[in-house]
Design a protein around this ligand. Structure first.
Ligand SMILES: [Zn+2]
Length: 82
């Protein structure tokens, strides 16, 4: 079993949401973080902002391309967005 397989089984990791998105925490033109997809009916899928309705964890990522990459990587690893 490799390191990725091992850490996937940890309860903290297994409990993470399945769908992630790049988000705007402080910035408003390029993503500066990632967060789980928000399922609140008042929060449109295309709205990358973070509000009180949004699930945790919201994770700051300094580089917008890394934020896009991490969200895509999490979605691929968790079986969505492939
Ligand atoms: Zn929300």
């Amino acid at each position: 079993m490799n390191a990725l397989d091992r850490i996937r089984k940890h309860p903290s990791v297994a409990a993470l949401p399945a769908r992630w998105r790049p988000v705007f925490i402080e910035a408003d033109c390029e993503p500066d973080g990632i967060a789980p997809a928000c399922t609140d009916e008042g929060h449109e899928d295309t709205d990358g902002s973070v509000y009180g309705c949004c699930p945790e964890p919201v994770i700051e990522v300094a580089d917008p391309h890394v934020a896009e990459y991490l969200a895509a990587l999490l979605n691929a690893d968790r079986g969505v967005g492939r």
